[in-house]
Write a protein that binds this ligand. Structure first.
Ligand SMILES: [Zn+2]
Length: 258
């Protein structure tokens, strides 16, 4: 089974200004394990329980059963937004709220590592979402981004390792919802170039079609997307491969080759 290890990273408050320049597009080294995963964690998709390798349980709740208070309001808003926008049900997704040290341990256990002064605020792994509160509450942006990973898990599973393509699309839809439904702006520094790629992709295949493919529940959506792109204009797979290597200009050129 392909591990789905995708995360949204944000630079710590004291992070260097040029962090993205120094580290490419902000992909922070938590990559899908190519061979044996570093963890033997066994997770059942239909359980909200998650246990670390050392046996330590990480408490969780399903999004639709969030505890009363601000968290419940936020959860209900997310379920509604995702239902309205993507016609998918996010209420069953298990959410685990972690502190910084738990997030750090989990990241290492799953074989990831973070760069200097980089902090992980959210992670999507095998149907579960792990999230760290911001200063006071969970960030709408991080929660949405990770939920979108879960709602688009089929696309990711068929994405042939093109994690930057997946991140760009996930953040593309995150920022759309933030802007149109929550009247907020996406964090400027997250996956900027990957998002740009997603925008060009959308202009080629059309908003409705791209959305239907990214949130498809069955089939091989990447293959369908490739057929559509290649028919209309470019050469999707080589473009996505260039994006994966952070060769942005090549990626955009290949996407619009014809
Ligand atoms: Zn992500």
């Amino acid at each position: 089974m392909r591990l789905c290890l995708l995360a949204l990273v944000a630079v710590g408050l004291n992070g260097p200004k040029d962090a993205h320049a120094a580290k490419g597009e902000g992909y922070f080294g938590l990559r899908p394990a190519r061979s044996a995963p570093a963890t033997r964690v066994e997770v059942q998709q239909d359980e909200s329980a998650f246990t670390l390798e050392n046996g330590e349980p990480i408490a969780g709740f399903r999004l639709g059963d969030a505890p009363e208070g601000p968290l419940k309001n936020q959860a209900e808003r997310m379920v509604r937004l995702i239902r309205d926008e993507f016609h998918r049900d996010a209420s069953r997704v298990p959410i685990h709220i972690l502190n910084a040290s738990q997030m750090d341990r989990l990241t290492r256990q799953l074989g990831g590592h973070t760069g200097f002064r980089w902090e992980i605020y959210g992670m999507h792994y095998r149907g579960h979402i792990f999230i760290r509160p911001g200063l006071t509450i969970l960030s709408d942006e991080v929660l949405l981004h990770e939920l979108i990973h879960e709602m688009s898990a089929r696309f990711a599973a068929e994405s042939r390792g093109f994690s930057h393509l997946v991140e760009g699309l996930a953040q593309h839809y995150t920022s759309k919802i933030l802007a149109s439904e929550l009247d907020k702006k996406a964090t400027k520094r997250i996956y900027v170039r990957y998002r740009e790629f997603a925008e060009v992709l959308e202009s080629i295949v059309g908003g409705d079609r791209l959305r239907a493919l990214f949130f498809a529940e069955k089939g091989d959506p990447l293959q369908e997307l490739k057929m559509r792109v290649d028919q209309v204009r470019g050469n999707l797979l080589p473009a996505a491969a260039a994006l994966e290597k952070d060769r942005f200009n090549d990626a955009l050129r290949l996407l619009s080759a014809k």
